[in-house]
Design a protein. Structure first.
Length: 263
């Protein structure tokens, strides 16, 4: 079969469009790299909490946990999947009277999640935050003023007269503690949790948000980065205040689940 000379540009156009179509089909394919394609040192894990009974417990058996008095900072990356409960605790340390406590949590208001910082019954609230999106939260108290930050930006503050003296309780992560008066089941993912014995300023919060926390900083009390799947233990890289997944040291129904942070 022979083509006439005026047919050749059309043939070239058809071939070009077929090639482009094939190329577009490739680009439209979902980007789902295989898990084993990611080098181990570039994986970033987090813990998924089911919003029902999952929890991490840091038992009160480490003096480093008690280094807070006149000032504190609580920090975490959170990804809220849904509001199954009125509150979802991120970090909760409460005594049996609720007069001595520090809590940072997600709270449900008008069917939207907001962040709530509570220090000894004093409260600060954020604006609504998006679901299924990573948000950095930080709550600070400098001895006089409580402040709340979202993604390193200040969003509220309050003058209070109090001290932080919670020294006899376990720390609960992703769930209310036994003294919290509420289940506080968090539904979603948490990573990069830290507790400091100072009120960190916005510049310090923003500087460390990307995981550049300096372990030589003496104000850092507990640091649970969740860098890898470490089984039943949540390692504290600062003072060995390791957390336990679930309600027992073995596998149980209260265990949160290690997943890759991008999932
Ligand atoms: Ca367990
Ligand atoms: Ca469970």
């Amino acid at each position: 079969m022979r083509y006439k000379i005026y047919q050749i540009p059309w043939l070239m156009l058809v071939v070009l469009m077929a090639a482009l179509s094939f190329r577009c089909n490739i680009d439209d394919s979902p980007m789902t790299p295989k898990d084993d394609a990611i080098p181990e040192d570039e994986k970033q894990y987090c813990l998924y909490f089911d919003g029902q009974d999952d929890r991490v417990i840091v038992y009160d058996n480490n003096d480093a946990m008690d280094g807070v008095a006149d000032a504190i900072t609580l920090e975490a990356w959170i990804n809220v999947h849904s509001l199954q409960d009125l509150v979802g605790r991120i970090i909760d340390r409460s005594d049996n009277q609720l007069d001595d406590r520090y809590v940072i949590e997600v709270y449900q208001r008008d069917n939207q999640p907001i962040v709530h910082l509570n220090i000894n019954r004093n409260s600060l609230w954020s604006k609504p935050i998006p679901l299924k999106t990573w948000v950095h939260v930080a709550g600070t108290f400098d001895g006089q003023q409580m402040r709340l930050y979202l993604d390193g930006a200040p969003c509220d503050s309050l003058m209070v007269e109090t001290r932080v003296l919670v020294n006899e309780s376990d720390i609960y992560i992703g769930h209310g503690g036994i003294h919290s008066g509420h289940p506080g089941s968090f539904h979603g993912c948490l990573k990069e949790l830290s507790i400091w014995k100072c009120a960190r300023n916005p510049q310090q919060i923003r500087q460390d948000m990307k995981g550049n926390v300096n372990l030589l900083n003496l104000d850092l009390i507990c640091y649970w980065p969740m860098q890898s799947d470490t089984g039943q233990q949540l390692p504290d890289l600062q003072h060995n205040a390791h957390g336990q997944l679930g309600s027992t040291a073995g596998v149980d129904a209260d265990d949160p689940t290690w997943i890759l942070a991008g999932e």
